[in-house]
Structures are given as structure tokens and as C-alpha cells.
Ligand binder design. Structure first.
Ligand SMILES: CC(C)(COP(=O)(O)OP(=O)(O)OC[C@H]1O[C@@H](n2cnc3c(N)ncnc32)[C@H](O)[C@@H]1OP(=O)(O)O)[C@@H](O)C(=O)NCCC(=O)NCCS
Length: 453
């Protein structure tokens, strides 16, 4: 049976989830998301749901451009007409005979997406704003009617986005003479990041993301954050490069392709590039509206960091601590008590949303500091956030020349030992702390010596 306290916990969780969603909507409103959607998803029963989720994003004020993937539809068309098609390093060689079918397949896929958008009352618009030229002959391989992007008509796209349209761009480009070329939709999505200011680029396909299990890691990827399904959640460009170079054998083609293009897109100007599985219900919403989504994200700029707390962070700090204060894990704090010692506090933020905090208080002897108020939001526990905060505070204490750090804890003894803390006693505390020690609470004292460390 569900108890009253279970109900109020559920309500609190729901409220904090809604708050998180609002904060993300606020942040992403007006930003541009480019979505490359694999055509292999189009016959999946959840495809209309995926399109509906994209429409929700659009209605929340996010600008959207859709690039349909066309590989499967082109293969199907060519098969019907018994035309062979080959690839060189993942790029299709498009013959003269294959080109009309390629165009047909590309436009067909775009048309299908357009129908779904229209059925939901959204204004999709299909067009070709891409100038292309022949890829030519590379290393003796003739790519025939496969082209590369020369220019994208940025102004037209920007006006359409300002008018609230959802542009759908099939991967066909034309040269000045009106000859069509088959271009890669992945290249198109990536190239758009050079022309438009892109908040997020999504590769939506049948891959869950990059699985952490079995990955060979190097100095930059020793610690990889993963979600509940074991998918690497977020990595920066350097980590993506290291994973690619160390795991050529381990990653599958789609994962390697994603990482390589994500690196390229980030370098071209995209802030975040996500790989999500369109076959999983709600994956795109999860990816947008939670700090650690369903798939893998490569980010260009700082994504998570520990930084000094500001006055605006106090409500978030209190919210994270609230539950632990109620359970007696942390001593009570108020807005006033935190603001008095604000410069002692740091927060851990992901995409500017706060998920953890901690503080380092100094004492009269100038030799000892107290590590206090370390807390991690319930849905971010066990992902290394606490570890990052504590290591940051220990490094700060060393830098500021303290000889030792102490802390008082009732519930997290075992968690602190691996940092090098050892059992201490009330006698180890600086005088003012000794005088205010609460014998009723009976917290354990742990001490970490910073000398010779
Ligand atoms: C203790 C706390 C800060 C750890 O943060 P975190 O980000 O979840 O920790 P990390 O991800 O770095 O480490 C997770 C590991 O520590 C373990 N762990 C978490 N809390 C623990 C505790 N109280 N005692 C012992 N081990 C603990 C987890 O089981 C996990 O182990 P695993 O990696 O083998 O699965 C967090 O759980 C918290 O906010 N607790 C409530 C507040 C509190 O007690 N603060 C300390 C008082 S100053």
C-alpha cells in the first residue's frame, strides 16, 4: 500500500521534474535544433509519436530544421529497378541511372514528414536551398552524380524560421547549370552548423548511443558519465576523439560515424550534438529536458563544471539539501545562513542547472578548513558528482595553504574514507567548532591531512 509519505515524495519529485522542464524550456526557447532523422524509422509504429514530440519542441518556441536520412528509401527504389549501388568509405556512388530514383526517394521521404507535420497543424516547408557540385574522382574512384555541398542559402532558411516554418531539406543539391547531385544527409546536417547558429544537432536513428561497457579508455576518458542503461551520457570533443581513436574495432559503423560527425559539427559551431534512438518512446524529449538524457551527447563548450555559488543559486542549494536535512544527514541551513557564507560554497552545474553543492569553511587558526554541506540531487547520485565536488574542495584547500580538512558526518563515513579521510575526534576540531559541537547529534569527525600530500 502507498503511504502518505510516499505520496508527498512523489509530489515533490513531480514538482521538481516540472521545474526542471520549465528551466530547460526557458533556456532553449528561440534556439535552433537541427534534426537528422533516419528514414529507417519511418515505418516504425512510434514514428508519428516522434514527429509529435518534435512538434511539441517547436510549440515550446524552439526553431526546428529537419533533414531526412534517405539511405534505406534509395536502396529500396534501386532494388525495385534492379540497379546496383555501391559505396566507397560509406559514401554512395550515384550513377546517372540511379540519380532520378535517388531524387524520387529523397523527395518522397521529405513529403512523408511534411504530411505528418501538416496533419498536426504545423507549417512544414520543403525546398532545396543547397548548391552542390560533383564530388568528382577521388583516388581513382568516380563518384558520378554524388555531390558535395558548395553553399547553403542561409538567408532564406533564416526568414522561414523567423516565420515559424519547419524547413525540411532533402539531401539533393543543384549546380549552376541545374544538374542535380545526391548529397549525404549527414554532411548536410553537419554543414548547416557552419551557416546557422545551432543550439543542438540530433542524429535520430536506431542506435541507443555509445555503450560504456567494453570501451577502451585513455587519460581523457578514464571517467565517463553514463545513464541507467549504460550509455555514455556526455563527452567533450577531445574525449570523443580519444574514444574514436582507441575503439576503431569496438564501435560499430553508426557509432563511429556519429562521433566523427559530432566532432565535425561541434567544430563547425554546434553547441551539442546528440545521438538518440527514435525507436524509444520519448527519447528526444528525455534528451532535451533532462541533464542526463537517453542517448550520447558530444558538447563543444563547457557543459558541466564546479563553480563558486552565486546569490541566485541559493534556492537550488536549499532544494537539493532539503530532503537530506529532513532525514538528518545534513544540519539545517537557511537562505540567510548560506548567504552569510556564500563565498565558501561551490555548485556543480550541468548546462547551467545545479545538481550538487558543497562548502569549505575557514577557522580562526587559519590552518584548518571544514568540508561541509556536500549534497547531490537525488536523480544525480552515483554518477561521480559528489566525487568531483569533494576533489575540487580538497584542491582548493591545498591551494589556499590549509594544513588539514575536517568534516562532520552521520551517514557518509564510508564514502569519505577513499578520499584519504581518517577517523578523528572532537579534540581535532578548531576551538570555535569544538565549542559548538552538538553532542546530541554525535556526528563522527573525519580528518584529512594536507601536509606532504
Ligand atoms: C554522499 C553523497 C554526497 C555522494 O554523492 P554521489 O555523487 O552520489 O557520489 P559518487 O557518485 O561520487 O559516488 C557514488 C558511490 O558512493 C556510494 N555512496 C553514496 N553515498 C554513500 C554513503 N552515504 N555511504 C557510503 N557510500 C555511499 C554509492 O553507493 C556509490 O557507490 P558505487 O560507485 O559502488 O555504486 C550523496 O550521496 C549525498 O548527497 N548524500 C546525502 C548528503 C550527505 O550525506 N552528505 C555528506 C555529509 S557532508
Amino acid at each position: 500500500m502507498t503511504s502518505v509519505s510516499d505520496f508527498s515524495e512523489q509530489k515533490l519529485e513531480r514538482a521538481s521534474f516540472i521545474r526542471e522542464v520549465f528551466s530547460y524550456i526557458h533556456r532553449f526557447k528561440g534556439q535552433l535544433f537541427i534534426l537528422k532523422i533516419e528514414d529507417s524509422l519511418m515505418n516504425h509504429p512510434l514514428f508519428p509519436v516522434l514527429i509529435r514530440d518534435i512538434i511539441h519542441l517547436h510549440r515550446a518556441g524552439i526553431k526546428v530544421v529537419i533533414i531526412p536520412g534517405t539511405r534505406k528509401s534509395i536502396d529500396d527504389q534501386l532494388k525495385v529497378w534492379n540497379i546496383d549501388s555501391s559505396f566507397h568509405e560509406g559514401v554512395r556512388l550515384t550513377s546517372e541511372a540511379a540519380l532520378p530514383l535517388t531524387e524520387l526517394a529523397s523527395l518522397g521521404v521529405a513529403q512523408k514528414i511534411m504530411s505528418y507535420l501538416t496533419a498536426d497543424g504545423c507549417r512544414g516547408i520543403q525546398g532545396n536551398w543547397i548548391s552542390a557540385r560533383s564530388l568528382g574522382i577521388i583516388d581513382g574512384v568516380d563518384f558520378m552524380r554524388t555531390g558535395r555541398i558548395e553553399r547553403i542559402q542561409k538567408d532564406i532558411l533564416e526568414s522561414l524560421l523567423a516565420e515559424n516554418f519547419i524547413p525540411i531539406i532533402p539531401p539533393i543539391g543543384w549546380n549552376k547549370l541545374g544538374h542535380a547531385y545526391n548529397i549525404s544527409s549527414t554532411e548536410l546536417a553537419t554543414e548547416l552548423c557552419k551557416y546557422l547558429q545551432v543550439g543542438k544537432l540530433f542524429f535520430i536513428g536506431n542506435e541507443d548511443g555509445v555503450h560504456k561497457d567494453g570501451l577502451i579508455t585513455g587519460p581523457k576518458t578514464q571517467y565517463l558519465d553514463s545513464n541507467e542503461s549504460g550509455i555514455v551520457s556526455a563527452i567533450d570533443i577531445e574525449q570523443a576523439e580519444e574514444l574514436l581513436s582507441l575503439n576503431a574495432e569496438h564501435l560499430n559503423y553508426a557509432q563511429k560515424d556519429y562521433l566523427a560527425n559530432a566532432i565535425r559539427a561541434c567544430k563547425a559551431g554546434a553547441n551539442r550534438v546528440h545521438l538518440v534512438n527514435g525507436e524509444t518512446q520519448g527519447s528526444i524529449l528525455e534528451e532535451v529536458f533532462s541533464g542526463r538524457g537517453e542517448g550520447t551527447m558530444v558538447y563543444a563548450n563547457q557543459y558541466s563544471c564546479v563553480r563558486p555559488a552565486s546569490i541566485d543559486d541559493i534556492p537550488d542549494i536549499l532544494q537539493i539539501m532539503q530532503d537530506y536535512i529532513k532525514k538528518g544527514y545534513l544540519v539545517p541551513r537557511t537562505s540567510e545562513s548560506i548567504s552569510k557564507q556564500l563565498s565558501d560554497y561551490v555548485v556543480y552545474s550541468i548546462d547551467n542547472a545545479i545538481h550538487g553543492c558543497g562548502a569549505l569553511h575557514c577557522f580562526e587558526d587559519g590552518q584548518t578548513a571544514e568540508l561541509a554541506g556536500v549534497a547531490v540531487a537525488a536523480n544525480y547520485r552515483s554518477s561521480g558528482v559528489g566525487d568531483v565536488i569533494v576533489r575540487h574542495l580538497i584542491a582548493t584547500a591545498k591551494m589556499r595553504g590549509f594544513k588539514s580538512i575536517f568534516l562532520l558526518t552521520t551517514q557518509a563515513l564510508d564514502w569519505f574514507y577513499p578520499f584519504g579521510f581518517r577517523d578523528g575526534s572532537v579534540e581535532d576540531l578548531p576551538q570555535s567548532k569544538r565549542e559548538s559541537y552538538n553532542y546530541k547529534r554525535n556526528s563522527r569527525v573525519l580528518v584529512l591531512s594536507l601536509e606532504n600530500s
